[in-house]
Design a protein around this ligand. Structure first.
Ligand code: ADP
Ligand code: MG
Length: 259
């Protein structure tokens, strides 16, 4: 599904990602943990084609993507959400999600002499895909609202809906529960688990700081520090790893212990 080999992204002297090899299989939820500045967002940017690799390779669903554009990669079935909310404020929630569905549809191969019929069919199919995506994130009924009329947690779910409406094979989520309370976190976690249970082979890669979210949601976890992988494995196993606790979890666990 996703094969990253010896990937490096350097910004001048900053080695944001510096030789990461990892493999994601279909249908699972993967977690990516690591302290601030460890290169998680840069790795997602490389996977989605927003930054170029300094070296190494990334292959998605069989395409080796060293020189592909972000649009090529989206077309190949990679959707993502960003670390901060990025919704269009002048259009409705439904139309925001429809953008994802339209994008996927526009790039499907078609029959040139039957363009009009295809357009109508596509338009209806896209509206259904957008409605279904909103329903999956628990926001059926919010279609006609503007994004700012929703609470922050729901806005983040609209972004997930927009990504799902693209009918991706790989979904990248950069800190989808940052700034949320426990209940909102659980709601997002439930959405991701439901997507996995639907069994359509969707692979999810989730960047997250919240240890509980990771252990509740992920099948497999990768941990980065200073641009390299320092551990990977089953969530419970990884959070017990000494190097991981020293690099990252120690402080948080002490905070938890302090109450
Ligand atoms: P994380 O998401 O794990 O917090 P990032 O991938 O955002 O980490 O950043 C990794 C490192 O790369 C940081 O030192 C950051 O300052 C640097 N960095 C990220 N993007 C850029 C950029 N566009 N130009 C220069 N440095 C960058
Ligand atoms: Mg980040």
């Amino acid at each position: 599904m996703l094969d990253i080999r010896e990937a490096a992204v350097h910004f001048g002297g900053v080695k944001a990602v510096d030789g990461v090899t990892l493999h994601l299989g279909a249908g699972k939820i993967y977690g990516l943990l690591g302290p601030n500045g460890s290169g998680k967002s840069t790795l997602l940017a490389a996977v989605s084609g927003l930054v170029e690799l300094t070296r190494g390779s990334i292959a998605h669903v069989g395409h080796t993507a060293r020189r592909h554009t972000a649009a090529d990669i989206a077309r190949a079935g990679v959707a993502r959400t960003f670390q901060t909310v990025r919704l269009l404020s002048d259009i409705t929630v439904f139309d925001n999600v429809l953008l994802g569905a339209d994008h996927a549809d526009r790039h499907r191969p078609g029959v040139p002499d039957d363009r009009m019929r295809r357009w109508f069919h596509g338009a209806r199919g896209n509206r259904q895909a957008a409605a279904a995506a909103l329903e999956r994130v628990g926001l059926a009924g919010a279609e006609r609202l503007r994004p700012h009329q929703l609470p922050y947690g729901a806005q983040r779910r609209v972004e997930i809906a927009r990504a799902i409406a693209m009918r991706p094979a790989l979904l990248l989520l950069d800190e989808p529960v940052a700034g949320m309370n426990r209940q909102e976190r659980t709601e997002i976690s439930d959405v991701l688990l439901k997507l996995r249970e639907e069994g359509q082979g969707l692979t999810q890669l989730l960047v997250e700081h919240d240890v509980q979210m990771i252990t509740d949601t992920c099948d497999h976890v990768f941990v980065m520090n200073f641009g390299v992988l320092i551990a990977e494995g089953a969530p419970d196993h990884v959070v017990r790893n000494t190097a991981v606790r020293e690099a990252y979890l120690g402080k948080r666990w002490e905070q938890h212990a302090d109450g």
